[in-house]
Write a protein that binds this ligand. Sequence first.
Ligand code: ZN
Length: 316
Amino acid sequence: MKLKNILSPALAALLALSLVSCGREAAPTVTESETGTKIVWESLPETETETDTETETETETETEAETETETEQAVDVPPAPDPDLWETVTPQPDPTPYIPTGDGTAPLVLMYHLVQDEVTGSAENLFVRPSELRGHIEALIEKGYTFIFADEFGYSDQKTVIMTFDDGYLDNYTEMFPIIKEYNVKVTVFMISDWIDCPDFMTSDMIREMSSSGLVSFQSHTANHYTLTSLGDDQLKEQFSRSKTRIESLTGRPVTALSYPGGFYNANTIEIAKDYYDFAYTTHSSNTTAGYSVYELPRIRVLRGMSKASMAYILP
Ligand SMILES: [Zn+2]
């Protein structure tokens, strides 16, 4: 039920059992490192980890598996899943400059993950308190923002904001949904489609209910949250098409926006994504999306402890 079940090594075996019904083949092990707790899928190659570029330091963690399984990876082995929950990275590359057509103001985009008072595991920053979320919404309303969905991205004569929640955690239903109903504002959940109905993630019924409310748009965070830059073209197409199809069939609404898992993407990722999606969101940080490609849209990473006053302060 709680995320500590995922993050506790003692319960890794239990997790492995629960994952069988969630479409995973290999048993994970949980490791601790400077960059946080991370689940590693045995028999699958580990991917490299970069520290936040803003810290001006760069370290790379390479495992033996990375070199030893290079040929295997070229054949048909996907990399280990790398959920945001275990990341502290802001990956490459720099966004491509983009000159928008048309007039108006570009949307502001906010990136959330979990909405809980209680913190489980080591990724404390990702657990925004419900009271803090209320404050952020109030600040946005008081500043005159209109709330739009991620698949409604576009320049407008109004100030617009896109609130996004990555991964699709259960608390998005139990904690976030009642709050946005109270304020009657729209948000977007980037759902990992294979994790629907899995422990700690939202169920099909919850997703249908939220989508039907008209306040929540469910868009794609791929099927398995693999690091996209490690996948071959066929695997990319499969991740994009399968997640899009599953979510569309659940909600009956189009899925035209993507959030890159962990923020990892490259030129090839974008080229293939263009066949499935109209917009793609990154983990680059900027308080404006003006001047960015619609396939490299930046988001403000909202972290635990951010007050209403802090949100009001950074809002253009
Ligand atoms: Zn994610």
